[in-house]
Design a binder for this molecule. Structure first.
Ligand SMILES: [Zn+2]
Length: 292
């Protein structure tokens, strides 16, 4: 349909003018001129429709795009056979729309790509709750004040005391190990500043008052009922499960220079379940972990 309407106006004008001039005279010439003008006017109108086809004649555009959609490469050959001025305009107008849309979509993506690399640089280090009570750092360089106090809870028949805030998790840990046939005992738990001072001045410890984790109420020295703790099933179980209840081995082997304490297999320190897991996985001692 579209091809027929385009070809006719171009071919009729020259033919009509050439054929009618020699045959008619007088009024007929006037009529023929008028008719020719009408044809020209009609032809011009058709031209106008064709020229402004992309805006006015949507059916023409859709008809050709359907051909293009079947196969884009053959469509470039067809326009050359029918009417050259029209089709070159439309293919050009279509790519322009596509080209203008793509950069707009790509630009924000590129901008996002630029922003993304900056984000991953931060996540590797989750914020350590250094100010929380369970992350309290106590060592020979970070000494507790003389008036440091806790609210204690008794954990055994020998009246060993810990900070009441760790009582539940400690009880759960002991209960879990006990249910597997293990037998835990407590050698030391909370020790007052005054008691630490007394032992230090008596030469029974080289740890000054306020410099022992036992002064915080967050640490316990655990033993077993039979034999040495080191190498016992109780020690093996704690090394595997203590972090599940918020406890870490506070003075690991190889960290003596950093902790300021010799390796103590029995000394476990509460830091909360989440941090205990992270510290255990990190392989760092508490000083190293908090220094990140
Ligand atoms: Zn201890």
């Amino acid at each position: 349909m579209s091809n027929g309407t385009r070809i006719d106006p171009e071919e009729r004008e020259p033919r009509a003018i050439k054929l009618r001039h020699p045959k008619h005279t007088g009024r007929k010439i006037v009529l023929s001129v008028l008719s020719a003008l009408l044809i020209i006017a009609i032809g011009g109108g058709v031209f106008a429709l064709i020229e402004y086809g992309p805006d006015l004649g949507f059916s023409m555009v859709s008809g050709e795009t359907s051909k293009d959609s079947e196969s884009e490469k053959p469509a470039e050959d067809e326009p050359l056979q029918s009417s050259q001025p029209e089709i070159p305009e439309e293919p050009v107008s279509e790519p322009e729309q596509v080209v203008t849309e793509e950069p707009i979509e790509e630009d924000p993506e590129h901008e996002e790509d630029v922003d993304e690399p900056e984000v991953p640089a931060e996540p590797p280090k989750p914020e350590i709750p250094k100010d929380e009570w369970y992350m309290l750092l106590v060592n020979k360089e970070n000494v507790l004040p003389e008036d440091f106090k806790i609210t204690g809870a008794i954990i055994d028949q020998e009246n060993h005391i810990v900070n009441e805030l760790i009582y539940d998790d400690l009880s759960e840990m002991v209960a879990a190990g006990t249910s597997e046939g293990l037998r835990f005992t407590f050698y030391t738990a909370y020790r007052t500043y005054e008691k630490q001072k007394e032992l230090f001045e008596a030469g029974k410890t080289d740890v000054p008052p306020g410099a022992s984790e036992h002064n915080s109420g967050l640490a316990v020295d655990i033993g077993c009922s039979v034999g040495e703790f080191e190498g016992s099933p109780e020690e093996a179980w704690l090394l595997e499960h203590a972090h599940e209840y918020g406890f870490i081995l506070r003075y690991p082997e190889g960290k003596e220079d950093i902790t300021g304490f010799a390796h103590e297999p029995w000394h476990f320190r509460y830091v909360g379940k989440e941090q205990a897991k992270l510290i255990k996985e990190s392989g760092l001692c508490l000083e190293e972990y908090l220094a990140q």
